[in-house]
Design a protein around this ligand. Sequence first.
Ligand code: ATP
Ligand code: MG
Length: 158
Amino acid sequence: EWIDFIPFYNRIIDRFDFTKSQNVIFERNLPDHSIFVEIDEDKLTQVLDNIISNALKYSPEGGKVAFQIEDQEGFIVISISDQGVGIPKENLSKIFERFYRVDKARTRKLGGTGLGLAIAKEMVEAHGGKIWADSVEGKGTTVSFSLPYDRTEEDEWE
Ligand code: ATP
Ligand code: MG
């Protein structure tokens, strides 16, 4: 189904904004025009829920979580950045594997099964996109994924 990604995304961010228990600031950097994508809303909701809850889980008190969307040649790139503990470079590609968790002791305390990002990867790829992560240890993590969008809208990106 074709939907406008921006209001869909804002509703998901709002839900986290209203219910989060930590003192974390949300910063939205989203286009102010429509972007039409053909997606399964339930599946994309699951993808975003996991990435955003990870960002919150690993954020420090008073940290910022930033939501950004960029245009990259027929794809939108959706990025969620936190100022949390970060992920060592050598582990970055593994976080998308089933049951993989970076620091067993730390993550056991924070809960979770290590499935969230593996499921997210499967769903993003089923939508014709890619998912990846960038991180600096001690500074924070950015998880990004791409989705093809309706290119008839591309003139509006100027
Ligand atoms: P689940 O999502 O199943 O509840 P989980 O959050 O541990 O469990 P994933 O979402 O797949 O599993 O993430 C895998 C691992 O990647 C995490 O256990 C954590 O070690 C690391 N990770 C994911 N997101 C972040 C982040 N924003 N900052 C730091 N580490 C992260
Ligand atoms: Mg998770």
